[in-house]
Every structure is written in C-alpha cells, then in structure tokens.
Design a protein around this ligand. Structure first.
Ligand code: CP
Length: 331
C-alpha cells in the first residue's frame, strides 16, 4: 500500500533519512523523546530468539508512549507459511497472506524477526518473510533481523561510531569474519556494511576465501559509498583490514557456498585477540553485535578490555529504535 513507510531493508530508509534518524537518536538519548506512539501498539513477531532486540523494542515503544505486543511465531501463535502457491499440508497452518492483514487491523505497526533457514545467499537476498509482510501488511513493517539484514543493529552501530569519533565520515572500519561452531547468517555484517558505507566510513571487509559477503550486498554498499564519499574494499587477508583501523568490528558468518568448505584450523587465527590491535590505530575500539561466544568467536581478553564497546553498542539499540519508530510513523 502506497504512503506507508516500512523498514524491511536499509534501502527503505536511504542514506539521507538514515542520517536524520541518527540525529534524532542522539537527541532522544540526551533529552528523552515526546510521546510519539501514544495510543499506538507495535506487534513484534519473533520467529527466532532475542535478548537485545526484544527488550529494547519493547522499551522503545514504552518510552515513546506506546506499547509493544510480543508474539512468538509457532509458540503461542501459529507457524507461518510465506511461500506462495504452496499446498499447506505441512506444519504451518497460517499463511502470511492472511496473518499480515489480520494483524494490521489490531496493531499500528509490525516488527518481524525471521532469520535465514538455509544460510544460502539466494535465501538471504530474496528475504522472503520481510518482503511478504511488507507486501501484505497495511501498517508499517519494521525488520527486527531478517535473512538479509538487521537494520536496527547497523544503525545502532553507526550511533556508537558517531559517539566515539564525533562522526562516521572517513572512519576506518575493519569488518572482519570470525570463527564459530555454527554457520551463522550474514544479516548483521550486511547491515553494518550498508550503514557504514552510507554514512561515509572507509570499510574493509575481511573474510577467508569462501566466506565473502554476497555480491549483491557488496555492490549496494559500493553504490552507497560512492554517494557518501566512503569506501568499500574486500580482502581475504585479515591483516590488510587491521592496518590502521579505528574500529575492529568482528562477527561470525557462514560460508558463501551452500556446502561449507572443509574446516581449516588456520581459520581459528581469525578470532580477534588483543594482539590483533597491534597494527590498528592506537585509539581503535572493538565492536560486536552480541550475543558472542567467548574464546570461540572473540577472545575474552578483547571483550574485557578497554577497547570493547559491545555493551554501550547494545545500549544504543534503544535510542536508534526510538528514532526509527519516530521515522516510521512520521506523518
Ligand atoms: N544483536 C541482537 O540483535 O541481539 P539479539 O539477538 O539478542 O536481539
């Protein structure tokens, strides 16, 4: 439906509005916010677990004078089918074609968390669940982490960089792959890259061969960087990214190919330790979206060091989401 704002992906926001939202977030953090959501309810659909997103969204609605209604998909609500043309004889008794417009009659906006199920680039790029909600809902839809993107996280990360350095423009960000025992989705690194490129950061994406981010996301980030005066570089050498970086943002994500490459013990060296900062800017900080597996994905010595911003970064989710809600419901 035309005229309704959605934030299913960064492209729905764009660089100019993202900068506005960051300004609002700074303001709300310093001075509080008006009751912009008075008499409004956000329905928050979670198909996957969450600590930060769930709590900070609930609190963001409350601080804006509204309320949040949390719903666990498949655990208290019906499992949801999003595929069109399918005979629904499996374990999903409700289709998004009904669920989204029905919910739209009860709530004023719908937040959706639904990770990639397969971990494939094709599934991530299609981002079927968010796109289906965007298509069938008649109220604003907000991405709470989908197969392709986690815009609330990417925007909170830019707020954190702005607070640390006084702005994002020209800040050297090393966005590094990190090891993990599971094949994690690429939504967070995708959103960090898109937001940072749009805000003018110089981002070096470092990932081992076979773990590169999707060409579609890289191309979108390059376009955003070209417009913002930022830069996007890719490398398979982590040390290239660490050289002179002001932010080391490390995150695990899965292999690019559908079948993961065989385990390579050398990849454990990608887990950031304090020694990874030897080549960084002396004032460099460490960022991660959380949750994090200590001494698997990131060394505990980094998380516990003066460089770590992971806790304040998570705190900024609240203010950015208040600002995103304000933007979403702006008349
Ligand atoms: N970073 C983040 O989205 O955390 P949760 O998965 O706990 O919401």
């Amino acid at each position: 439906m035309s005229g309704i704002r959605h934030l299913a992906a960064f492209a729905d926001l764009g660089a100019e509005q993202a900068a506005r939202v960051l300004g609002l977030a700074h303001d709300y953090k310093r001075h509080g916010a008006p009751a912009l959501l008075a008499n409004k309810t956000m329905g928050l659909l979670f198909a996957d677990p969450s600590l930060r997103t769930r709590t900070s969204m609930d609190q963001a609605c409350f601080r804006l004078g509204g309320r949040a209604l949390g719903l666990d998909v498949g655990a208290g609500t019906w499992k949801l089918e999003v595929e069109d043309g399918i005979r629904m004889d499996g374990d999903k008794p409700e289709h998004v074609r009904e669920a989204a417009p029905v919910l739209s009659q009860y709530v004023d906006g719908i937040g959706v968390r639904a990770f990639s199920r397969s971990g494939t680039v094709d599934e991530e790029d299609a981002d079927a669940v968010l796109q289906a909600f965007k298509h069938h809902a008649t109220v604003p839809v907000l991405n709470l982490e989908s197969a392709r993107e986690h815009p609330c996280q990417g925007m909170a990360d830019m707020l954190t960089i702005e607070e640390e350095f006084g702005g994002c423009r020209g800040i050297k960000v090393a966005l590094s792959w990190a090891p993990h025992i599971k094949r994690l989705p690429r939504a967070v690194p995708n959103s960090v890259l898109l937001s940072a490129a749009a805000m003018g950061c110089e981002v070096t994406v470092a990932a081992p061969v076979g773990y590169e981010l999707s060409p579609g996301v890289i191309a979108q980030a390059e376009q955003l960087a070209a417009a913002s005066g930022g830069r996007v570089v890719q490398t398979n050498q982590q040390t290239d990214a660490l050289d002179g970086c002001q932010v080391l943002y490390a995150k695990a994500w899965g292999a690019t190919a559908d079948s993961a490459p065989p385990d390579d013990p050398a990849l454990a060296e990608w887990m950031p330790r304090l020694s990874h900062f030897d080549r960084a800017d002396p004032a460099a900080v460490f960022m991660h979206c959380l949750p994090v597996r200590r001494d698997v994905e990131i060394a505990a010595e980094v998380l516990d060091s003066r460089r770590s911003r992971v806790v304040s970064q998570a705190g900024n989710r609240l203010y950015v989401q208040m600002a995103l809600l304000a933007w979403l419901f702006e008349q």
